[in-house]
Design a binder for this molecule. Sequence first.
Ligand SMILES: [Zn+2]
Length: 150
Amino acid sequence: MAQEHPYVFQSGNYEGLSVEQVFLLDPIYLARLYQNSFKNKSSIKNPNQLQLAIESLLEKIHGIDTTKDCLYCKQAKVVNFLLPDFGPVTNGLLCCDNPICREELKSARSGELHAISDFMLMVSYMPRPQAQKIVGIFKATHKNYQEAFA
Ligand SMILES: [Zn+2]
């Protein structure tokens, strides 16, 4: 059972909202805030309340069930998406964790496989249009994700 670290924003655009509410509204904002918080070196050793709250949110995201079947074996649920070396990320470049399916996807396009559930760590350093596509992949493959934060 993940430890809860409630956090409510005290200022800014999302004043009065919890980390989970901001995640539902603007996950990219939250991902960037988390990334930027590590510019302060002392917070790496001693994470602040916001970082702890975001870390328990990330743990929760990992626990959300995937709702989409693998496009290759059509048996397991998708786990990975392909970040292409060239061109846009799309909802069609997904596979489960079976090595055969992973190989099939990798041979379809040159690029790197990433766990969909790690999307928050990736979108923080991407241009917003690409980050939005990756958030879209998470939403399309975890149709009930909002229930985890209800
Ligand atoms: Zn598969």
